[in-house]
Design a protein around this ligand. Structure first.
Ligand code: NAD
Ligand code: IPM
Ligand code: MN
Length: 346
């Protein structure tokens, strides 16, 4: 009998809604998924004053997984709903692993000269529950010429240790040989000294893995100059956010990039790396591949490897045939690009 997983679907805002619609058609065709759609979004917030209900996180925990589109709307300039729904869920469900694969599906899509699929194939593990994202800080004398703004970066031994260990475990479990940790310990001599300490401790337990360190600025340079040297990258929350947009570009564009917010063994949340892209919203031009590959990553994480591979093959088929949206060189609408993948599901 086929496995049945209950998933919460939060389409969210802008192109999030359009790409999630395509991902859901793929999941329906694969089967074994029972979905409940939750309305939490800018629209819902503006209409009700509620970002998510008081029992929102508890409700999410009762699902096997969560699939989310994107949150962000010019009508909510302080991004409050995104903070509660997206960042809040990362924190409340303690989804400390942000797994962001960077895999070029077709040489044609790479923006780098003379680089091919073998050069762009690595995974970034972004710490997802600490760093500057915790919102510790405040403003003194706001709006005056004397304004002081403080935003603390939080690094804990437990938090750094579990993400660094996860990166090494992933490498070992997937037959990969190299892990690179990136920080800014030359300038951030307190917080990132902790990353150095933890990395030294953890790498000693994995003598089979080649461990290296780069300062984040050098990593950004090497990602463009010679990405083929990377297999697994681990870094903090903010640096991981930034370098995975570079990762999106290496795959042909942000619309191609998938991610998972994971706490191994617990309810986890999957989403494309991109945002709600207000200028593209409502035009059926958004690339649904990042969302569809995020759904595949969800199935993989739920232990449904064969279903995940089926989806990935179908996506590769559509990409190789050029049956894609215009951001990656095609002429297809969002819906047509989704249908081209659906047709190839075997
Ligand atoms: P964005 O990712 O929404 O878009 C940046 C640009 O990337 C777009 O203008 C477009 O050119 C391209 N792009 C992104 N996704 C694409 C797709 N699927 N197909 C084709 N092209 C695509 O980033 P932004 O403009 O900085 O942010 C817009 C809003 O989204 C903001 O409110 C931001 O806070 C929010 N955001 C949300 C998430 C999330 O929910 N996970 C992630 C990033 C940004
Ligand atoms: C991402 C996004 C979010 C982040 C924003 C919307 C807060 O950019 O998921 O990459 O910074 O984590
Ligand atoms: Mn981002």
């Amino acid at each position: 009998m086929q496995a049945m997983h209950r998933i919460a679907v939060i389409p969210g805002d802008g192109i999030g809604r359009e790409v999630i619609a395509e991902a859901m058609k793929i999941l329906d065709a694969v089967g074994g998924v029972e979905a409940e759609t939750l309305p939490w979004s800018a629209e819902h917030y503006l209409a009700t004053g509620e970002t998510l209900p008081p029992d929102g996180y508890a409700r999410l925990r009762a699902f096997d997984a969560i699939l989310i589109g994107a949150l962000g709307d010019p009508r909510v300039p302080d991004n409050r709903h995104a903070r509660d729904i997206l960042l809040g869920t990362r924190f409340e469900l303690d989804l400390y692993v942000n797994q962001r694969p960077v895999r070029l599906l077709d040489d044609r899509l790479c923006p780098l000269k003379q680089r091919t699929r073998t050069d762009v194939n690595f995974v970034v593990f972004r710490e997802n529950t600490e760093g500057v994202y915790v919102g510790v800080g405040g403003r003194f004398k706001p709006g005056t010429p004397d304004e002081i703004a403080v935003q603390e970066e939080i690094n804990t031994y437990k938090g750094v240790h579990r993400i660094v260990r996860h990166a090494f475990d992933h490498a070992r479990g997937h037959g990969l040989r190299r892990v690179c940790m990136a920080d800014k310990s030359n300038a951030m001599a307190q917080g990132h000294a902790l990353w150095q300490r933890v990395f030294t401790e953890v790498r000693a337990e994995y003598p089979d893995i080649e461990a290296s360190h780069l300062y984040i600025d050098a990593l950004a340079m090497f990602l463009v100059q010679n990405p083929g040297q990377f297999e697994v990258i681990v870094t903090n929350n903010l640096f991981g956010d930034i370098i995975t947009d570079i990762g999106g570009a290496l795959q042909g564009g942000l619309g191609m990039a998938a991610s998972g917010n994971i706490h191994p063994g617990r309810t986890s949340m999957f989403e494309p790396v991109h945002g709600s892209a207000p200028p593209l919203a409502g035009k059926s031009v958004a690339n649904p591949i990042g969302a569809i590959l995020s759904a595949a990553l969800m199935l993989e994480t739920l232990g449904r490897h064969d279903d995940a591979v089926r989806i990935e093959r179908a996506v590769e088929g559509a990409v190789h045939a050029g049956e894609v949206t215009r951001d990656v060189g095609g002429t297809y609408s969002t819906v047509e690009a989704g249908a081209a993948i659906l047709r190839r599901l075997r």
